[in-house]
Design a protein around this ligand. Structure first.
Ligand code: 13P
Length: 259
C-alpha cells in the first residue's frame, strides 16, 4: 500500500464510486480517458471502484498508471458455501487495493448492520487491502439532532477490534445520506464539523496518533464547483465521488482540486 501519510500531512484520496453503472467496455473506456486527462502531478491518491464484473478488465486497463482499484462491497468470509457472494480473497486476487464497505445504499437497500460493516472492514484488512468505511446520517436523523450520535455509533462498530497495523490502512468516508445523488452537498463548515467529530471519536477510542493519521473522506454530491471548498477544510482528506466520477472531465477536475 502507498503510505497514508506524506510527512506530517495526510495524503488526499479521491475515489470514484461507479455504483451500478457501466459495462466492462464502458469502464475500460473511462479508464483510458482518465489516463489521458488526470493531472500529471497531483498530491492525491486516485481510486476507481467499478462493478465486480469489470474489476479484472479495469485492473488490466490501469496498467502503467498510479490509479488504484477498489471494489464496492465484499462478503466477510474468504470462501465457502455462500452462493452469490464475493469474498476478500477473490478481491485481492483480482488486484483490488481498496474495498468500500457500509455504503448507505448497502445499509438501506440490502439491510447491512453496523456489525456486518465491522466484519467486512476487518476481512478486507486481513487480506491486505484497505477498507473505505462509509458512515452517515439520514435527513430525519440530522433534523432530530442525532447526526453525530449516529455517525459515532457506526464508526465505533466498524473500527472495533482493529490492531494498530490494521488501523493504519483504514479510511473513513462521511457521506450524509441526504447529500447523496441529490445535488445538495453538505456545507463545507458542516462537513468540517462532522469530520472533526469523527477524528475526536477516534482519538478517544484509539489514541491521538491513530486519529491524526486517519483519512476521512467526504461524499455526497461532490462536483468540480464545490470540491475545492470541501477539500479545503482541515479535516477533509479527500472525496468519495458518485455521479461526477462517471465522466473523466468532472472526475479529473475534482482530483485537480485536491492539489
Ligand atoms: P454522489 O456523488 O452521486 O452524490 O454519490 C455519492 C456517493 O454515494 C459516493 O459513494
Amino acid at each position: 500500500m502507498t503510505p497514508n501519510v506524506m510527512g506530517a500531512q495526510r495524503r488526499p484520496l479521491i475515489a470514484g464510486n461507479w455504483k451500478l453503472f457501466k459495462t466492462v467496455a464502458e469502464s475500460c473506456a473511462l479508464v483510458q480517458e482518465l489516463k489521458a486527462q488526470l493531472p500529471a502531478v497531483t498530491r492525491a491518491e486516485v481510486v476507481v471502484a467499478p462493478v465486480f464484473t469489470a474489476l479484472a478488465s479495469v485492473r488490466a486497463a490501469l496498467a502503467g498508471s498510479s490509479v488504484r482499484l477498489s471494489a464496492q462491497n465484499v462478503y466477510w468470509e474468504a470462501q465457502g458455501a455462500f452462493t452469490g457472494e464475493v469474498g476478500p480473497l477473490q478481491l485481492r486476487d483480482v488486484g483490488c487495493d481498496y474495498v468500500i464497505v457500509g455504503h448507505s445504499e448497502r445499509r438501506q437497500l440490502f439491510g447491512e448492520s453496523d456489525a456486518d460493516v465491522g466484519r467486512k472492514a476487518r476481512a478486507v484488512l486481513a487480506h491486505g487491502m484497505a477498507p473505505i468505511v462509509c458512515v452517515g446520517e439520514t435527513l430525519a436523523e440530522r433534523e432530530a439532532g442525532k447526526a453525530e450520535a449516529v455517525v459515532v455509533r457506526q464508526l465505533v462498530a466498524a473500527l472495533a477490534g482493529m490492531t494498530d497495523a490494521e488501523f493504519a490502512n483504514a479510511v473513513v468516508a462521511y457521506e450524509p445520506i441526504w447529500a447523496i445523488g441529490t445535488g445538495k452537498n453538505a456545507a463545507p463548515s458542516d462537513a468540517q464539523h462532522m469530520h472533526a467529530a469523527i477524528r475526536g471519536c477516534v482519538a478517544s477510542a484509539h489514541g491521538q496518533s491513530r486519529a491524526a493519521s486517519l483519512r476521512v473522506l467526504y461524499g455526497g454530491s461532490v462536483k468540480p464547483d464545490n470540491a475545492a471548498a470541501l477539500l479545503g477544510q482541515s479535516d477533509v482528506d479527500g472525496a468519495l465521488v458518485g455521479g461526477a466520477s462517471l465522466a473523466a472531465g468532472s472526475f479529473c477536475a475534482i482530483v485537480a482540486a485536491a492539489g
